[in-house]
Design a protein around this ligand. Structure first.
Ligand code: ADP
Length: 457
């Protein structure tokens, strides 16, 4: 299809060239007729010859107008363009035969212009059609010779140039016809081989330049992906260093005070406890970072799974978190629907999901608030959710909430502690298990994180 399209464009261009060439032929023939008229007055039948040249000019004008229409053509006009070229060639051959007829017939050396026409046909048309044109030209030449020989049409001699009476010598005529036929077919054979090879080479060049362009686009895409990865890595390093600096500073000052003997004994216990807490935070951060790095790897997806009751895990996690919730004066409720089927997951990962969602709810809800974790099932999925009456998430922050390291401004104000890694980890775990997670939240009123996992078979 593509090849045909480029052949079509090429054919249209060549037809333009042929149209221009024809104007030259018209001018050249007119000049020749004029010269013959001046040099050998009364020899040529000027009237019919000028009429033929005028006819050529006229159809060239019509063709020129039609070519404009074809310029906007698409591939479905391909057959029409081909017919257009063929009609021109046939008309040119007829005009040439008519001109020859009025100027000495086959005796006229200009008969070799038949060869020119079949070469033009070989450049324009597919090979088979070019041979057909050669056949047509041969027939015209033979018909001209034999019709004049038989006297069915008159012979117009060119005195001084062609008055040898060759048109009456049958053996000469037959050899002449044979030579012209061989020359015409040989010309088509050679010209169409060369133009076919050129066409094939051109289409190869077009193909390989397209392939090169496609490859360079691919390369550009890879480069920009690599650049993004590099930027993300730099951002990651900066964030991690930043997150660790604060606790390290605290630990350093505590140790500095303790080793320098500046801390009063009654305070040193409390200071060491603070340092211990900072160390715990740092360990948590490092654990989450390691987990996140692992979650990006392929093998995380292939981790062992087992048929797991989400309800059991939820109960365990709630039991562990209840103390923390109550110490913040939060109500922590659980709502588990009966007959929730098990799901194929890695139990440790799901424990992490519940822990992250619940600890966020506890962290981002003011004292006196309510937190409810629920579990239910519908046709194809098991659905878990954690709802709170906390600070909520602004609409503009919601699209970023599952991105690595993202922390909303209100969350930063409420709690300095946080990495912004938990939720992105949760999302990866749920998606790796074939599920999805989303949130509903209203600033100042509360949030609900909901996830669905496919039911185990
Ligand atoms: P972290 O809690 O360590 O900052 P997370 O990845 O767990 O990181 O959460 C990302 C952000 O999502 C939080 O910083 C906070 O802005 C927001 N967020 C998460 N859970 C809640 C919630 N229950 N209520 C309000 N905001 C929340």
């Amino acid at each position: 299809m593509e090849e045909q399209l480029s052949f079509h464009t090429e054919l249209i261009e060549r037809i333009d060239w042929l149209l221009r060439l024809r104007w030259l032929a018209v001018a050249g023939t007119l000049a020749a007729i004029l010269a013959a008229y001046v040099l050998f007055p009364g020899v040529l039948p000027i009237g019919p010859m000028v009429a033929i040249v005028a006819a050529i000019a006229f159809y060239n004008l019509l063709f020129l107008l039609y070519a404009r229409v074809l310029h906007e053509a698409r591939v479905d006009r391909w057959q029409r363009t081909l017919s257009f070229a063929s009609v021109q060639i046939v008309l040119d051959l007829l005009a040439l035969a008519a001109l020859l007829h009025f100027s000495g017939g086959v005796e006229n050396p200009c008969a070799m212009f038949f060869v020119l026409h079949v070469i033009i046909a070989s450049i324009l048309l597919p090979r088979g059609m070019s041979f057909a044109v050669a056949g047509f030209a041969s027939s015209l030449f033979a018909a001209l010779a034999l019709l004049e020989y038989s006297g069915l049409i008159p012979h117009y001699p060119l005195p001084g140039l062609t008055g040898l009476g060759l048109q009456q010598q049958l053996p000469y005529l037959l050899v002449n016809i044979l030579a012209v036929v061989v020359a015409l077919f040989a010309a088509v054979y050679m010209a169409s081989s060369i133009s076919g090879q050129l066409r094939a080479r051109e289409s190869e060049v077009v193909k390989s330049s397209k392939a090169a362009a496609a490859r360079s686009r691919e390369l550009e895409a890879v480069t920009s992906r690599l650049r993004r990865i590099d930027e993300e890595r730099t951002r990651f390093m900066m964030l991690v260093s930043h997150e660790q600096r604060a606790p390290l500073n605290t630990i350093y000052s505590v140790l500095d005070l303790a080793t320098g003997g500046y801390a009063p004994p009654e305070k040193s216990q409390e200071m060491l406890l603070r340092a211990k807490q900072r160390v715990t935070e740092m360990l948590n951060l490092i654990n989450e970072l390691l987990m996140l790095a692992k979650a990006r790897e392929e093998e995380f997806k292939e981790e062992e799974t087992e048929l797991t009751q989400l309800a059991d895990i939820l109960q365990d996690v709630v039991r562990l978190m209840r103390v923390e919730a109550e110490s913040k004066d939060l109500f922590l409720g659980v709502d588990i629907a009966p007959d929730v089927p098990p799901v194929w997951v890695n139990p440790d990962r799901i424990k992490l999901v519940w822990t992250n969602l619940l600890s966020n709810a506890i962290k981002y809800t003011e004292p006196g608030g309510i937190i409810v974790a629920s579990l239910s099932a519908n046709e194809g999925f098991v659905r878990g959710s954690v709802r709170d009456t906390g600070i909520g998430i602004a609409p503009e922050d919601q699209p970023n909430i599952f991105s690595d390291f993202f922390r909303a401004r209100n969350a930063r104000q409420m709690s300095a502690i946080g990495t912004g890694i938990g939720l992105s980890l949760v999302k990866r775990i749920i998606e790796n298990a074939g599920g999805r997670i989303w949130l509903r939240s209203e600033l100042g009123k509360g949030s609900e994180f909901v996830f669905e996992l496919p039911r185990g078979a």
